[in-house]
Design a protein around this ligand. Structure first.
Ligand code: NAD
Ligand code: TDX
Length: 332
């Protein structure tokens, strides 16, 4: 694998994956194809080795553009997606366009070009909520919001290309990911950056929903393991192994930001809010992958990163972001 097309490589996890490839494999060249939506940001790949990184601004929903970018690539790893559940509740059209039609364009281009490996990055949300135990890859999908439904749709299109055309598609389903460069609409960066400015943190419902936290570099190494060692047609869960109630996460964020619980503002629950996500990653462990980051250490370094890098998030928390914030939280 010498030339890898990374779609969505200017986003949170995609940009970490670009850095991971360039740092881990000295012979790899990354072609980074990204639409630069509100969530895409070239600051996320600032300073990467220009000689081994080519950036193309483009849309995976544009079949011609994605086919052109894929020419000469040994593999494609798709991160490009609309990713925020609350935005999918406000309007799902872009989710269907990117997360389903975009994935269709990627597998169709790969089939035409004979691309040797297609990795579709997906999410634990496609299983839906589970109160006891953990989902395995053989369990049926049961997505319950427009975001997770569109991700499941993209997966199914991808798998159909494996079964029908023998396209070497591999899918990963990661759990909630955290770390530097995450767009501050997601709970962790939203709460940290609000807390720094003494703005209340809007906690949905009773705060007892559970998410399994996975450090971003561990998510990248999990995807890389599936890319290089996974079997075509297979799905691999990538779990952090750090299940926490949102209220526990919130207290930790506030503590690390040097603030008190007085900033917690209980607000109306998210419609269809999945109670608990939990996945079993033993299939990926069998390929030799293990997450390395301890939750306490990961939380401390992540909150510190947002405290130290206001240059990155202050300019994001303007314009479109403020309009979204008002729409989402304004009435509360
Ligand atoms: P993000 O929102 O930070 O970044 C998404 C990137 O995709 C942005 O750079 C954006 O510009 C780009 N993009 C969006 N639409 C595009 C299009 N039509 N064409 C080309 N580029 C487009 O997302 P993230 O959190 O880094 O998530 C990356 C992937 O990982 C997604 O597929 C997501 O479903 C999946 N995932 C995320 C998490 C998480 O906790 N963040 C967990 C599991 C899986
Ligand atoms: O303001 C908030 N208040 C709040 O209580 C926000 C934004 C979230 N929450 C809660 C909802 C969830 O239980 O925090 C939890 C995490 O929320 P998000 O950060 O929005 O993530 P989630 O909905 O769990 O989805 C994430 O994980 C799976 C990513 O956004 C997805 O892209 C990924 O696929």
């Amino acid at each position: 694998m010498k030339r890898i097309l990374v779609t969505g490589g200017a986003g949170f996890i995609g940009s970490a994956f670009v850095r991971y490839q360039l740092e881990t494999y000295p012979d790899v060249h990354v072609v980074n194809f990204d639409k630069l939506t509100y969530a895409g940001n070239l600051d996320n790949v600032k300073g990467v080795d220009d000689k081994r990184h080519t950036f193309i601004k483009g849309d995976i929903a544009d079949a011609g553009a994605i086919t052109e970018a894929m020419k000469g690539c040994d593999a494609v790893v798709n991160f490009a997606a609309e990713t925020h559940v609350d935005r999918s509740i406000l309007g799902a059209a872009e989710f269907i366009n990117t997360d389903i039609t975009g994935v269709y364009n990627i597998v169709e281009a790969a089939k035409t070009l004979g691309t040797k490996r297609v990795l579709l990055v997906s999410t634990d949300e496609v299983y839906g909520s589970i109160l006891d135990g953990s989902f395995k890859e053989s369990d049926p999908v049961g997505p319950r919001n427009p975001y997770s439904a569109s991700k499941a749709g993209g997966e199914l299109i991808g798998l159909s290309y494996f079964h029908t055309f023998g396209l070497p598609v591999v899918i990963t389903r990661g759990s909630n990911t955290y770390g530097p460069f995450q767009y501050p609409e997601k709970v962790l960066p939203l709460f940290v950056t609000n807390a720094i400015d003494d703005i209340p943190v809007p906690l949905y419902g009773d705060g007892k929903n559970v998410r399994d936290w996975l450090y971003v570099d561990d998510h990248c190494s999990g995807i890389d393991t599936a890319l290089r060692k996974g079997e075509p047609g297979q799905i691999y869960n990538v779990a952090g192994g750090n299940e926490r109630e949102n209220i526990v996460l919130t207290h930790r964020i506030l503590e690390l930001a040097g603030k008190t619980a007085a900033l917690i503002k209980p607000v109306a629950d998210r419609p269809g809010h999945d109670r608990r996500y939990s996945i079993d990653a033993s299939k990926l462990h069998a390929l030799g992958w293990q997450p390395k980051m301890d939750w306490d250490a990961g939380m401390a370094l992540t909150v510190k990163w947002y405290r130290d890098n206001e240059w990155w998030w202050r300019k994001i928390k303007t314009g479109e972001y403020l309009e979204y914030y008002k729409r989402q939280y304004g009435g509360q």
